[in-house]
Design a protein around this ligand. Structure first.
Ligand code: ACO
Length: 333
């Protein structure tokens, strides 16, 4: 896909190191081999080195010879990591024994390696549920300054180029926060605008979606979106944000002009911010299946360092693409 080729080219200009905690998983190993061959990022694998080498031979992978492997059972940095973990979470009740146990879990070890600055980012989730990938990241890597919630954006590619930015749109939050407050929704909008600029590569026009357009319905759910819109506009005045808008008013020019006259976003939105996770997750999946849109993500945004989560149904190429995106996030590209 042309979009991913561009992302890889950008990543290659500023090589970053991405840890893959599921180092003994077949698709992950094949992806690591491909990334190393293509050379747009460095990868570090977590797992038993003998097992990884054995599997690499079994899958005829030729590029993993020099790849760094970190063995959770024999980790030379164990003591330094335990100190770091205790510094960060002893006040939350973490004991030395807890920390030792967590370091045996590749997902925790990967997050600590990111926090320690030994790698620039992490991609995992090929065989772990979203919550298990996110929890260590939330606990140790935490959010960037000024942001309290991590959220997940999808870049959507539509066959119909009339939508969004020549058929590209960004949807959020489709992955993390079940029921954000107005303040959290505002952060999600702002972070999605920044992800759009940095990764999707176009100037965002952000619609805050609801079942009401500009006061057409009165409900506390609508009030939340109205407040979030104001807060988001204040948080980052460089972003074009409008709401509350219904989906048709956001993306269809004629309906936007009729329902929200004067709005610079209505009818022209290329970023859709959903009021909660039920709507966001269902909407992206319906659009992906019924409109045959391609969905890249979730791209996690708002973390202090990039950690991204794969779908368990991912392909080798999905992992390769997400490593490229994570590298660009790490490089601040
Ligand atoms: N951003 C940043 N930090 C967070 C967030 C967030 N969105 N949510 C929770 N945290 C932090 C908390 O502050 C807490 O930190 P602390 O331990 O330092 O106090 C820590 O994470 C754990 O918080 P809990 O409230 O205990 O969170 P829990 O672990 O129960 O749940 C989780 C977090 C797993 C992300 C939950 O929100 C969740 O399951 N979300 C839905 C994920 C999902 O299933 N998505 C749909 C599938 S993905 C897809 O289809 C693409």
């Amino acid at each position: 896909m042309e979009f991913i080729d561009k992302i890889k080219a950008r990543a290659a200009q500023n090589l970053k190191t991405i840890v893959l905690p599921e180092g003994t998983e077949e698709r992950t190993l094949k992806a690591a081999d491909k990334i190393t061959q293509e050379g747009f990022a460095k990868v570090v694998l977590i797992g038993n080195p003998d097992q990884i080498h054995h599997l690499a031979d079994e899958y005829y992978l030729k590029n993993l010879g020099d790849v760094q492997i970190v063995d959770p059972q024999n980790n030379p940095k164990k003591e330094a990591y335990i100190e770091l973990m205790l510094k960060l979470r002893a006040a939350k009740g973490l004991t030395r024994e807890d920390a030792e146990k967590q370091l045996l879990d590749p997902l925790y070890l990967g997050a600590i390696m990111v926090k320690a600055g030994d790698v620039d980012g992490e991609v995992s989730g090929a065989m772990n549920a979203t919550g298990n990938v996110l929890r260590p990241a939330f606990q140790y890597v935490r959010t960037m300054p000024g942001i309290s919630v991590v959220s997940g954006a999808f870049i959507m590619f539509f066959k119909d180029t009339l939508f969004g930015e020549n058929g590209m749109m960004v949807f959020a939050d489709c992955a993390v926060n079940p029921n954000p407050t107005a303040e959290e929704l505002a952060q999600i909008a702002v972070m999605t605008g920044r992800t759009t600029r940095a990764i999707a590569g176009f100037e965002p026009r952000i619609a805050m979606l609801s079942f009401s357009t500009k006061g057409s319905a009165k409900n506390e759910l609508v009030d939340k979106v109205v407040s979030a819109t104001l807060l988001a506009q204040q948080m980052d005045p460089t972003l074009q944000i409008d709401g509350e808008l219904q989906a048709d008013a956001a993306i269809i020019p004629g309906i936007g002009a009729q329902k929200a006259p004067g709005s610079k976003i209505a009818g022209r939105a290329n970023v859709l911010v959903f009021p909660n996770l039920e709507v966001g997750n269902i909407a992206y999946k319906l659009v992906q299946r019924m409109a045959h849109a391609e969905a890249i993500g979730p791209i996690l945004q708002g973390m202090a360092a990039p950690i991204n989560d794969l779908s368990r149904g991912c392909s080798v190429d999905d992992i390769v693409s997400l490593v490229a995106i994570t590298s660009c996030q790490a490089a601040g590209l």
